[in-house]
Every structure is written in structure tokens, then in C-alpha cells.
Design a protein around this ligand. Structure first.
Ligand code: NAD
Length: 246
């Protein structure tokens, strides 16, 4: 479905991002995966090459909020692969801190990664995407619709991702660039595994499909939205959550 396409996927070292990297590679794309550390990026590349040494995959670990670093990395990706067709802004961190305990530092950390990096990576990618009628995909969350009862900056950042997605889709439509987001429900990644049992168990009971989602459930949605099968879809927030509505 993505034969000949070049994708950049942030937060590609594990969880939803890693599964999306693999899904895109299996569908014929060349992929640059971005992570936060050299070590985890190298581990992810090693694991992928072990599974299939033909995979066309590169790894980088720039500061996602630094425009200059992103420019250097995206230019290197373009030089290596010849184009940039798809950007998946997936890196994100969550929080369950109560508002009275929030520090300014935690506020900045969440808004920098979950909002500013989406803005910065998109801004830097747009000149390349214009040449290819490319695609921007963002990882939102079900809490971007319903909120959550703690860690207010996390849902707030995902509401911002939705606003960014819908607005940028309209701004860039005349270039043929599509911008969409996927809003995952409860997905079995490190982000969720780190939550206490007493939080996760009741959460699963509220999911009508009766299970947590797997990273591949989200990767499948990204694959569809990245592909030409979604060529008339832009500005949507696609819920992939087993009808979870908490
Ligand atoms: P994860 O913790 O398994 O992976 C997070 C990824 O983000 C990793 O690849 C990590 O390297 C990267 N990352 C973290 N901090 C970074 C930084 N400072 N700079 C660059 N990269 C950094 O999490 P996940 O569950 O796979 O989450 C991926 C996305 O999905 C996030 O945006 C998250 O908000 C969203 N999401 C997850 C769930 C869920 O239930 N797991 C639900 C809704 C939305």
C-alpha cells in the first residue's frame, strides 16, 4: 500500500510508533524512525534488521522541538531516500499529575513534546510534502474528546493536536497535502503498562469490545490514512478505541 513512499515516524522506537514503522516497511515504504536516544534508536533498527534485513530503515534522535536539528535531519532523510511523502507525529508522553501538584517543568515537558514537536516537525516537513502531495498523520488520543480526571495537560495537549490537525488540513488542502489524526483508546504499550493495576482493570471493563487495543490496531489505521485509499480524507480524527468512551 505504500510502495515507493518515504515516511518519517517520531516516537518510532517502541509501542505504537514501532508497530507503525514495521507496518509501513511491510507495505513497501522506506522509513526514518525518530526516537529520543541513540541507544533505543539503534536497538529498534537492530530488531527490525533481524526480522528482515531488506527493510529500508534509518534512525535519528534529534530534539523534536528544535527547528534547526529537525531541518538537518529531514534534509539528510530526503538526501538518502530521495523524497519525504509521509510524516507521522507520534512521539508523546502522558501524565496523571493532579493540577495542584503540577510543576512548570512538567507543564513545559508535556506541551513541548505533545504540541510543539508536532508543530515543528510539520512545519519543517511541509516544503518536502508539497512536492509529493504528501500526508501528515498525528497521534491524538481518546482523551482528546472526553478529557481525563487527572494529568490535565495530557488531554489538553491532545485537544491541541486535534485543533492543529483540522486547521492544518484546511490550510494545506490546496497543495494536495492531507492531514489526519488517529485517536487511540487504551493501547497495550509501555505508556499503559506503567499505570497501576487498579487504574487499568476498571478501564478495560468500560471498553465495549472487551479488550485493550494492540499497537498494530493503530498502525493499521495509520497505514490506511497514509495510503491512496484515503485520498479524499483529510481533517479527521479517527477513533480507534473499541468504542471506549471514558
Ligand atoms: P510509548 O511510551 O511506548 O512510546 C513513546 C514513544 O515516544 C517512544 O518511541 C519514545 O522514544 C518517544 N519519546 C518519548 N519522549 C520523547 C522525547 N522527549 N523526544 C522524542 N521522542 C520521545 O508510548 P505509546 O503508547 O506508543 O505512545 C505513542 C503515542 O500514542 C503518544 O503520542 C501517546 O500519547 C499516544 N497514545 C497512546 C495511548 C496508549 O494507550 N498507549 C492512547 C492514546 C494515545
Amino acid at each position: 500500500m505504500l510502495k515507493g513512499k518515504v515516511a518519517i515516524i517520531t516516537g518510532g522506537t517502541r509501542g505504537i510508533g514501532f508497530s507503525t514503522v514495521k507496518k509501513f516497511l511491510d507495505n513497501g515504504a522506506s522509513v526514518a524512525l525518530l526516537g529520543s536516544k541513540e541507544e533505543t534508536v539503534n536497538q529498534a533498527i537492530e530488531q527490525l534488521k533481524k526480522e528482515n534485513e531488506e527493510y529500508n530503515v534509518l534512525g535519528f534522535y534529534p530534539d523534536l522541538t528544535c527547528e534547526e536539528e529537525i531541518k538537518t535531519v529531514f534534509e539528510e532523510i530526503k538526501k538518502h531516500f530521495g523524497s519525504i511523502d509521509i510524516l507521522v507525529n507520534n512521539a508523546g508522553i502522558s501524565s496523571r499529575t493532579l493540577i495542584e501538584n503540577y510543576t512548570e517543568e512538567e507543564y513545559d515537558k508535556i506541551s513541548d513534546l505533545n504540541i510543539k514537536s508536532v508543530f515543528t516537525c510539520s512545519k519543517v516537513a511541509i516544503p518536502y510534502l508539497k512536492e509529493k502531495k504528501g500526508v501528515i498523520l498525528n497521534t491524538s488520543s481518546m482523551v482528546s474528546i472526553y478529557g481525563q480526571p487527572a494529568g490535565v495537560m495530557y488531554p489538553t495537549s491532545k485537544f491541541a493536536v486535534n485543533g492543529f490537525t483540522k486547521s492544518l488540513a484546511r490550510e494545506l488542502a490546496h497543495y494536495g497535502i492531507r492531514v489526519n489524526a488517529v485517536a487511540p483508546g487504551v493501547i497495550e504499550t509501555d505508556m499503559v503498562k506503567n499505570l497501576p493495576e487498579e487504574t487499568i482493570k476498571p478501564l478495560i471493563q468500560t471498553i465495549p469490545l472487551g479488550r485493550m487495543g494492540q499497537p498494530e490496531d493503530i498502525a493499521n489505521a495509520f497505514l490506511f490514512l497514509a495510503s491512496d485509499m484515503a485520498s479524499y480524507i483529510t481533517g479527521i480524527i479517527l477513533s480507534v478505541d473499541g468504542a471506549a468512551r471514558s
